[in-house]
Design a protein around this ligand. Structure first.
Ligand code: NAP
Length: 292
């Protein structure tokens, strides 16, 4: 019997990219992708019934409440999805010896750093979304020692809503655009992250077992303004893109000024390949621009 991998958030950016990758791994793994109809993460009490039906060897938790600004007011919903549900999933996984990979965020850090955040660095989220993701991480480890938390940042994909697609639309509609220039981080093409996750599962399956916190993003450190300029250049658009300070673009949820993640350990422990952000952006935009 091939090991079974269950993946939540099948219609999200990352879940969708994993579903595109799954056929390449079909010789070694069975996959079940689920959405909120099969497993409603806002109702943690319903999770044990789901595990009564399936006994996976791996569970990749991509489903999440990701509306960072709305999270400031939809607190209970956000907590149930990002924290409470992750805790119950971890507990159910532990009961059947299932390895859990749960995805988290750079927003668990306060952004006051000046060098890349290490996986074990102290968490201090600035917003409620980050707070719930940090609690979810803690609950996952508390309930299942076979847990890997993969934190990522600035995720985009051909599928779903993201900065790249928003910029493309706005740059076509407008003659000029202001983009925050003093928040620094690294973009992540969800297809690369999906590939990194499958590398981890493949390594675990080979007996190369490591658990704990890991970081993954594309290589390179840029501002949102730099990212917007690269999107404009790739698309060959003429919109004027100016850098503005965060103070000129107030949002309900605070964002970290510096959210670069140190990725040394995911490479050292699992041999995950790093990809330059510009290479991946071009790959994604080539797909986007040919599909428009
Ligand atoms: N996007 C980013 O920039 C970013 C940055 C750092 C970390 N992350 C983390 O990376 C992971 C993947 O993010 P993503 O960008 O793929 O997110 P996404 O595109 O927003 O997808 C989230 C998924 O969660 C599902 N979901 C939401 N509420 C649910 C519920 N009550 N029950 C079941 N499923 C539910 C959504 O289902 P529907 O499609 O039905 O809404 C969707 O499939 C998440 O853990 C996120 O926190 C993301």
């Amino acid at each position: 019997m091939k090991p079974l991998i269950i993946i939540t958030g099948k219609n999200g950016q990352l879940g969708w990219e994993l579903s595109q990758l799954a056929p390449q791994f079909a010789e070694h793994f069975n996959f079940i992708f689920v959405d909120r109809e099969e497993l409603d993460l806002s109702n943690p009490a319903s999770i044990p019934d789901f595990f009564a039906k399936y006994q996976p060897q791996y569970f990749i938790s991509c489903g999440a409440y990701t509306a960072v600004d709305k999270a400031e007011t939809e607190r209970e919903l956000c907590y149930n999805i990002n924290a409470a549900s992750v805790g119950v999933i971890a507990k159910e996984c532990a009961a059947i010896n299932c390895k859990l990979i749960t995805i988290s965020t750079d927003y668990v850090f306060d952004g006051n750093g000046t060098s890349p955040y290490l996986p074990n660095q102290t968490k201090q989220p600035l917003n409620y979304y980050g707070e719930t993701k940090a609690i979810g991480e803690d609950l996952a480890f508390a309930n299942n020692p076979q847990t890997i938390v993969v934190r990522t940042s600035w995720v985009y994909s051909v599928h779903g809503a993201n900065f790249v697609k928003t910029m493309l639309r706005l740059m076509k509609e407008r003659e000029s655009l202001n983009v925050v220039g003093d928040q620094i981080g690294s973009p992540t093409y969800a297809a690369d992250l999906a590939s990194a996750l499958m590398t981890i599962v493949t390594e675990l399956e080979k007996g190369n077992e490591h658990y704990g916190y890991y970081h993954y993003s594309n290589d390179g450190v840029i501002s949102w303004h730099d990212f917007a300029i690269a999107i404009k250049t790739n698309a060959g658009l003429n919109c004027q893109v100016s850098a503005i300070p965060t103070s000129a673009y107030p949002t309900p949820a605070k964002r970290p000024a510096y959210s670069v993640l140190d990725k040394t350990s995911i490479v050292a422990d699992f041999g995950v390949k790093m990809v330059n952000w510009q290479v991946s952006l071009k790959k994604c935009m080539d797909l986007l621009l040919t599909s428009i």
